[in-house]
Structure formats: C-alpha cells, structure tokens
Design a protein around this ligand. Structure first.
Ligand SMILES: [Zn+2]
Ligand SMILES: [Zn+2]
Length: 323
C-alpha cells in the first residue's frame, strides 16, 4: 500500500507507506553504500542512491482505497533519494574537508533544481537524520531528499506566516528574526561571513539551531559559489560543535527550508536550516509526549540562552584551536 490520504482536521496529506515495514531495522552484513558493494560505483565522492524503500515514487501504483469527498486519496507520487556524503564508511559530516562539504552543498543545489523541475513536485526537502536516536538504520554518512507532490504542513505554516508578516510590516520575517537575534546576541552561536546561527528564542529542543543567510535568498540556487562555501563552513562548524559538546556523535535531524517548486513566486520566503537534536543532555533523550503530539504545545525544559552559551563556547574553542 502506498498512497496519500487527506486529513481534513489538519488539512494535510498523510503518506501511507506500509511496504516500508519490510525495511531493515539495523544495518546487518556488508554496507551497501561502501564502494565494492556492487550497489554503488567503486569510485565516488558524493553519490545519489535511489531509496530502496521509497515512500514516494515517480510511477506510483493506484491507491488501495477509493477516496471520497471527505477523505480524498492520491497516488504516492514523488521521489525519495539518499545522498551518500562520502565513500568512507566511518566519516562524519564535520570531519569532511571544507571543500568536500562545499561540493555537497553544490550537489544539493543541483538536486533541488532538477527535482523541482519535475511536473507535480511542489516541494524538495533536503534533510539528514543522524543517529539511532532518530531511527537511522544505516551508519554510512548520508542524508536524504524527499520530493513531495504537496507542500508539507509545517512548511505551509512558515510560508503563511512569512507572507502575512511581509504584508503587515513590509519586511521579511526571517530577516527580522535574524536581525533580532544579532541585536540581542545572547543566543547567537556562530557569526560567519554571510551566515548567522543561533538557538531560536522559542526553541522547542534544548540544542535546536537555526542557520540563516545574511542575504535574502529563497534557495541554494539563489546563492553564488562563495555563499555556498560559507554555508558549508557554517554546517561544518555547527555539526562539529554538536559532536564536541559531549564527545560523541550527536544525533540530530537537519532540515533545509527552501522556496517551494510549485511554479509560484515566494518573494517573502527565506532559505534556512533548522537542526533538531533529540538529546536534552549527555544521556537524556527528549520524548514527544501528549502535550507535544496531542496539542503541538512543546515543553522545553532548558533555557535557550544557556544552551546557546554551551554551543558558543565549543565553537569559540574550535576557532581558537591551531589549524
Ligand atoms: Zn559503508
Ligand atoms: Zn529574508
């Protein structure tokens, strides 16, 4: 079974993908992402691998059930790709050389552009789930790309907020948020050329981080090579800070927000990355429970200003360390 079913209460599509049940829970045997596996080229730097258990495909089967006026149903059209960051099985994103991460950012730009061109693809979501704590079954360093036939509800909510903010104030909400944080300073953890990173004042996760470009750009495609290199530097620095924080590979979800690719104009939207690490502390996971899941009322038991200070200290130490 693979189809999209409409949730009229939340006004969003839910992806039904029961065949994913068969996917492995944990990597066993030889890694299919390593050169020599026969599943990937013997020689690659960065490689796109079509997901073995895709939730969305370009030639979807007919839905199992008939939709009706209340609960419309659509084929699970779209694409799910895995982006292998490196041929090295035990490499981590922050350990990759800056030039390699810059190539990865360029690669993401190409995939955003190419997938966005496909008729019916409305949103290209580039993300990385890292660590068993967020359900990762393959250890080989990789991210993912989902090309959706719709705009996911959270993105739509951000778009609506940005559009209304522009209408009411004549300015970009995300530019205003970045300026607000730079003026305040207490939650800023990284200030590079062209990119600012901070723990948002309304953080839902203790170590949540936003990366926002100084320029009002809608997507990676709107950035030049120099800006993409600076984005690579910011990503390297922040993921390295996560790993240095407690001295182990820090689990996180990295989510990239770009203008939808549905053919409309989004002059009020602004590229950004949101990191969601599920750890509350060295050895404590944050669970989403009734308030979060049932009410979307998140409880963060940490002060964003304190967590930002912890991350900022690690980043300052890195900057001071001899190269
Ligand atoms: Zn591997
Ligand atoms: Zn902006």
């Amino acid at each position: 079974m693979a189809e999209l079913r409409w949730n009229p209460l939340l006004r969003t599509w839910v992806i039904m993908s029961s065949h994913r049940h068969a996917r492995p829970l944990l990597e066993t045997g030889a890694c299919p992402f390593c050169p020599g596996s026969g599943r990937v080229p013997d020689d690659y730097e960065i490689f796109d691998y079509d997901n073995d258990f895709p939730s969305l495909v370009l030639d979807p089967p007919m839905p199992d059930v008939d939709g009706d006026w209340l609960i419309p149903v659509r084929p699970a059209f779209g694409k799910c790709e895995v982006t292998l960051y490196s041929p090295k099985h035990d490499a981590t994103l922050p350990e990759l050389p800056l030039e390699h991460i810059a190539k990865l950012v360029d690669h993401w730009e190409g995939r955003y552009r190419e997938l966005g061109k496909i008729d019916g693809i409305d949103f290209v979501f580039i993300f990385e789930n890292r660590g068993a704590a967020v359900g990762v079954t393959m250890l080989h360093p990789h991210g993912q790309i989902y090309a959706y036939p719709c705009i996911p509800l959270k993105v739509q909510t951000e778009l609506d907020s940005c559009r209304e903010h522009m209408h009411e104030n004549g300015s970009c909400l995300i530019c205003d948020l970045r300026d607000h944080e730079e003026r305040d300073g207490s939650r800023v953890i990284y200030q590079g050329s062209g990119f600012t990173a901070f723990v948002p004042p309304f953080a839902e996760y203790p170590y949540q981080v936003y990366i926002i470009p100084a320029d009002h750009v809608g997507s990676l495609t709107d950035m030049d090579a120099g800006q993409r290199l600076e984005l690579a530097r910011a990503i390297k620095s922040i993921t390295a800070a996560y790993d240095d924080l407690f001295g182990f590979p820090f689990p996180y979800m990295m989510c990239m927000y770009q203008a939808p690719t549905d053919g409309r104009e989004y002059p009020y939207y602004h590229f950004h990355i949101e990191f969601y690490p599920p750890m509350r502390d060295r050895d404590k996971l944050k669970y989403n429970a009734s308030s979060e899941t049932g009410g979307w009322a998140t409880i963060n038991d940490a002060r964003p200003e304190e967590k930002a200070a912890e991350l900022r200290e690690v980043i300052t130490r890195q900057a001071d360390a001899p190269a």
